[in-house]
Design a protein around this ligand. Structure first.
Ligand code: EPU
Length: 418
């Protein structure tokens, strides 16, 4: 298993290009199942979750080719299998995103039920309820969800709780249903908007994405398209945190600052300087005198749960006490104990982490428990005294493209140990 070896204490400087959003590319690849025509996706991030999805859609019958320029061609002329097997779903929960498209295109899908994961139980009951509302019969047996419907019918669906992939899954299914669907309490994340835009280019009639009410007028068929994936706002936020914590000066290129408002507002509150420097560009300048600031994770446009761990690393270097409340997932503080092993002063009290800074961090061998937890350990390692070895880097490789190369180009001392 690969590890990262990081020698802390270097100020990061320079420009870094932000990759395409993993969480947009995943549903976009699943959406290619909705049409027999070719779909071209540009700005695909070359990360392991995308390679897992490539394997999955290939098994379902999609011809997929990745080009060196980060584009992918997908053609689902015929669906050859209706099943997302356990061995793929267990490595990547987002595999469940093929359920909606398969059901809508072929009338049947069988997907292994994802279990809990390091950050919480993460059920898919709301996806299932949405498909049932669209007229599907859904059974759960032998660890698999099976959904069937001769033809889906448009319906009014009220999500009890906001779910990102649930909204995406049901939106893809409703795009090929008979009649109109209205999704209430839908997720407003930019990735949902990106998917809606792609579906509309394929001939779907989706309105209201980015608001809590999405209306979808079902169509008989969808056609191919070319679509460019939006920039990864969480990768961008992670680089803002690295610039801030190392008291560095970084310019992010090919990002979308408007998707990062809650993160930039919060970082400014802590004394970090952030400026928009042009179209798709922003600059972060750290500070030696960071101030503590509380945060509560919320659905978009609130502060993303996917930035909570990196923010916690930053707050270990801020003067004062910050209360970080995790409001989306029930168990997303696994990084706290590893940060404490590096010298951080953190107390967990239910859904709140109370971080008192500024503490000196010292390099240690730490273990990553999930993607964003790994990112927070890398952020912390950049200012720790001495050497930090981050184990289980495969978590990081699921969602960050060439992270060590990008950090090294900014002046970090980081190497991958095979
Ligand atoms: N939930 C339910 N029932 C459902 C679905 C969700 O109770 O049927 C609950 C979850 O347990 C959680 C909350 O609703 O407490 C929100 O979960 P959501 O469904 O929105 O999460 P997700 O769609 O599974 C996506 C991202 C995550 C990100 C969350 C929250 C993708 C592929 N994944 O997951 O990204 O943390 O939204 O913003 O889009 C990551 O990239 O590291 C990552 C974990």
């Amino acid at each position: 298993m690969d590890k990262l070896r990081i020698k802390g204490g270097h100020r990061l400087e320079g420009q870094v290009r932000i990759s395409g959003a993993k969480n947009s590319a995943l549903p976009a690849m699943a959406a290619s199942l909705l049409t027999p025509d070719e779909v071209v996706l540009e700005n695909i991030p070359l990360v392991n979750d995308i390679f897992t999805t490539r394997r999955l859609v290939r098994e379902l019958g999609v011809a997929v080719e990745f080009e060196p320029d980060h584009s992918a061609r997908l053609k689902a002329e015929k669906i050859l299998s209706h099943e997302a097997p356990y061995d793929l779903v267990k490595t990547m929960r987002a595999s469940v995103l093929v359920l909606g498209p398969l059901l809508a295109r072929t009338g049947y899908a069988r997907v292994s039920l994802p279990g809990g994961c390091a950050i919480g139980a993460r059920p898919i009951n709301l996806h299932i309820k949405g498909f049932e509302k669209l007229g599907a019969t859904v059974r759960t047996e032998h660890g698999y969800v099976e959904a069937a419907a001769a033809r889906l019918r448009g319906s009014e669906i009220l999500f009890d709780k906001i779910t990102v992939t649930g909204t995406e899954n049901v939106m893809m299914a409703a795009a090929l249903a008979d009649g109109r669907s209205v999704l209430q309490n839908a997720a407003c994340e930019p990735e949902v908007v990106d998917l809606a835009e792609m579906l509309n280019k394929m001939g779907a009639k989706v309105e209201g994405a980015g608001t809590p009410t999405i209306t979808i007028e079902g169509v008989r068929e969808l056609k191919g398209t070319t679509h460019r994936i939006i920039p990864d706002r969480i990768e961008a936020g992670t680089f803002l945190a690295t610039g801030a914590i190392t008291n560095g000066e970084l310019e992010l290129i090919d990002c979308n600052p408007s998707h990062l408002s809650s993160v930039t507002e919060k970082l400014r509150e802590t004394g970090v300087n952030i400026e928009i420097t042009g179209l798709g560009r922003m600059k972060v300048r750290g500070s030696e005198d960071l101030r503590a600031a509380d945060v509560v994770t919320k659905e978009y446009p609130g502060f993303a749960t996917d930035m909570q761990a990196q923010y916690m690393a930053l707050m270990t270097q801020a003067a004062g006490t910050s209360v970080i409340t995790e409001d989306i997932f029930e168990n997303r503080f696994m990084h706290a104990s590893e940060l404490m092993r590096m010298g951080a002063n953190i107390r967990i009290d239910g859904a709140r982490a109370i971080v008192t800074g500024k503490t000196r961090l010292s390099g240690a061998t730490v273990i990553a428990s999930d993607l964003r937890a790994s990112a927070s350990l890398v952020v912390a390692a950049l200012v720790a005294d001495g050497i930090t070895v981050v184990d289980r880097v495969y978590h990081l490789d699921r969602g960050y493209e060439k992270i060590e190369e990008k950090l090294r180009s900014l002046g970090a001392q980081i190497e991958r140990l095979k």
